[in-house]
Design a protein around this ligand. Structure first.
Ligand code: NAD
Length: 498
């Protein structure tokens, strides 16, 4: 049985709160470890460590900090396979998908190696007589990240890499469901040359989160998780005077226009709807075919593909997707499928009774497909976060455009069409933060920014890309004059550049 403590001051330390949570192996339901749940005092100890270590790290020149990130990349590459297996065994996703989780995180680390360039300020020579104005970006001090279970490598790295690159110290509070990879990431950063105390991992639940939110030494909090918790963290963090960005849940639509290549659209829906058992914030959970004929063709082509999906343990290289993360998650998703039937949607493919032979205690279900879902149903309004795809039939393009635009969530959306004009109009008008044109999961690459709108995102700056450098730094602007030697005496009128 593994005991997972915290990572404070450059080393792993045992938890002292007396509270722990089970770390499960979703593919067979066994308990593979116990993770410590930090007390407020343990969180405070981590923050004090970070606070003491930060000034020296910030004083290091940015290229030297970037070299730590470079070395970290090499170290992760050297143990890619074992990290991916650790991730898959705690989360439940397949090993190839776990590798993707790590890779999308590393791409942001690669981007952050450009920190010396990205931190450059502005300069105006001669803004007034003998006056130069320049700005500089400085780190905030100690900052924190609170991350979800579904991308235990990618999302911690999206937070940690830019924050460290600009000279902050970091407190990471990863999901208590799969803490193994975040803990290993912290160890690898130390091996890569990060000074002790600059990156700390505190494992825990609400108690640890509240301690972070209320600590006056934590200057910024980045959160990713479900919308109710995002709202809570945003309001409590802001009320305490912190900089806060929170990314929440999603209900991502994919519009299928009558002229779309149906084979491509079906491939895209199957991968984006059911990959990682639908436990992705950018998973497609609503398909919107435009016109009855498109809808009939789509459902006819989708149903056999959903029936043929191969569900398997995370270690099966042939599996399309693995188990859900916990029994509770499985019960919740199956509950939504029951609800959809009650609400009058047509359950075309029912994966509720799927059992994985030899893994009877794992949290498996097969893919489910609903047709004739309508916007008033709860299975349409709420995030299900499982392998369940709903087809909502739209009569025309305008109705299809309205559905994602009017939805409470606004994370990702996609349109499949061969018509450039329709794609362009859709991209411009849809009220969603990330748009794919014939691309089902439009997660922006590392040097653009990631963020949803409406109930999917709180705060005004996105994750990664240039926004991350704005979020984790504060701007200082200097107006300087070097006197020519003539002293005019005191001035009592506000200075202007006339
Ligand atoms: P979650 O909200 O349950 O947990 C996220 C984090 O918040 C965890 O670290 C958890 O320990 C902490 N937490 C949970 N309850 C808390 C409470 N009452 N008070 C304080 N902290 C609390 O989310 P999850 O189940 O781990 O992740 C899945 C959710 O995350 C989905 O809704 C998914 O859409 C969303 N998500 C969003 C994005 C995005 O970028 N928008 C990305 C990935 C996942």
């Amino acid at each position: 049985m593994r005991e997972i403590g915290h990572f404070i001051g450059g080393k792993t330390v045992a938890g002292t709160s007396g509270r722990t949570a089970d770390v499960l192996q979703p593919m067979d339901g066994t308990v593979q470890g116990q993770v410590a749940l930090a007390s407020a005092a343990e969180v405070r100890a981590a923050i004090e460590n970070a606070k003491a270590a930060q000034p020296e790290w910030a004083a290091m020149n940015p290229q030297r900090r970037a070299r730590v990130l470079m070395k970290f990349l090499d170290l992760v590459h050297a143990e890619y396979d074992s990290l991916a297996e650790l991730l898959a065994r705690e989360h439940g996703k397949t090993i190839p998908d776990a590798k993707g989780d790590i890779q999308r995180g590393l791409e942001v680390v690669e981007f952050c190696i450009g920190a010396p360039h990205l931190m450059k300020g502005e300069f105006t020579d001669g803004a007034g007589p003998g006056i130069d104005v320049y700005s500089m970006r400085q780190p905030l001090g100690v900052v924190a990240g609170i991350t979800p279970f579904n991308f235990p490598a990618m999302i911690p790295l999206w937070k940690v890499a830019p924050a460290l690159a600009v000279g902050n110290a970091f407190i990471l509070k990863p999901s208590e469901r799969d803490p193994g990879v975040p803990m290993r990431i912290a160890e690898l950063f130390i091996e890569a040359g990060l000074p002790e105390g600059v990156l700390n991992v505190v494992n825990g639940d609400k108690e640890a989160v509240d301690a972070i939110l209320d600590d006056q030494d934590v200057k910024a909090v980045g959160f990713v998780g479900s919308t109710p918790i995002a709202q809570y963290i945003y309001s409590r963090g802001c009320a305490n005077g912190k900089r806060v960005q929170c990314f929440g849940g999603a209900k991502n639509h994919m519009i299928i226009m009558p002229d779309a290549d149906m084979d491509q659209a079906v491939d895209a829906l199957v991968g984006a709807g059911y990959g990682s058992a639908g436990e992705r914030c950018m998973a497609i959970s609503v398909a919107v075919p435009v016109g009855q004929q498109t809808a009939d063709r789509l459902v006819e082509a989708l149903a056999p593909r959903v029936e043929a999906l191969k569900v398997g343990p995370s270690t099966d290289p042939a599996a399309d997707f693995g188990p859900l993360v916990t029994q509770q998650a499985l019960d919740r998703v199956k509950g939504y499928v029951d609800l959809g039937v009650e609400e009058g949607a047509k359950l075309v493919v029912d994966g509720r009774d799927f059992k994985m032979q030899g893994y009877e205690n794992g949290y498996y279900m097969g893919g489910c497909l609903f047709d004739n879902v309508t916007p008033d149903m709860r299975i349409y309004k709420e995030e299900i976060f499982g392998p369940v795809l709903s087809v909502v039939r739209a009569e025309n393009y305008e109705e299809a455009l309205r559905l994602p635009s009017d939805h409470e969530y606004g994370n990702g959306v996609a349109i499949f069409t061969r018509d450039g004009d329709a794609a362009r109009d859709f991209s411009a008008r849809v009220q969603v933060g990330m748009v794919g044109v014939n691309v089902p999961i439009p997660v922006p690459i590392a040097y653009y920014t990631f963020g949803g709108w409406k109930g999917s995102g709180f705060g005004d700056l996105n994750q990664h890309g240039p926004d991350a450098f704005r979020f984790y730094t504060k701007t200082k602007t200097v107006t300087s004059r070097w006197p020519s030697g003539v002293k005019d005496g005191a001035e009592f009128v506000i200075p202007t550049m006339n």
